[in-house]
Design a protein around this ligand. Structure first.
Ligand code: THU
Length: 157
């Protein structure tokens, strides 16, 4: 029997202004994407933005539906949109942020498991790490790749 330990490295920033300019721009895009959130049921708004390695930023926001499972998280709206529009372009980074009643959440809201699984597959598809930036009113946490958020990922390979 072997007891093993897993550690996760991430960087924490005290404000959006501490981020390097291209990631500050990406988090700003995720905040702007909140405008597109359609969340009449949960009233929980999530904005996301994917930065492709060619510099293009694609935004997404959560979309809900009366037939509950038919909705989709902001991250997947952004990733699927980016991948469908630019299928050959790898993802450099994804930023997300949540808000309620027009106020950014005081603490980071992390991506759900299903979104992590989708992130992981785009990382594998392109063979390049995707930086994940999880925002909040003040604190921003940056994970250098998806495996930091989803170790032991399911894969069919
Ligand atoms: N949601 C996201 O957009 N991203 C996540 O990672 C978790 C949850 C959305 C789904 C739903 O519209 C609302 O937040 C409440 O769960």
């Amino acid at each position: 029997m072997d007891k093993k330990t897993l550690t996760i490295d991430y960087t924490e920033y005290g404000s959006i202004d501490e981020l390097e300019p291209k990631y500050k721009e990406l988090m700003t895009a995720a905040i702007d994407a909140l405008k597109g959130s359609y969340a009449p049921y949960s009233k929980f708004n999530v904005g996301a933005a994917v930065r492709l390695r060619n510099g293009i930023v694609v935004k997404g926001a959560n979309q809900e539906n009366a037939a509950f499972p038919s909705g989709l998280c902001a991250e997947r709206v952004a990733m699927f949109s980016a991948a469908a529009r630019y299928p050959e372009e790898s993802f450099d980074a994804l930023a997300l942020i949540a808000a309620q009643n027009g106020d950014l959440q005081p603490a980071p809201s992390y991506p759900c498991g299903a979104c992590r699984q989708v992130m992981a597959q785009y990382e594998t598809k392109f063979g390049k790490p995707i930086k994940i930036l999880v925002g909040s009113k003040k604190k921003i946490q940056v994970f250098e790749n998806v495996s930091a958020l989803l170790p032991f990922v399911f894969t069919d390979i």
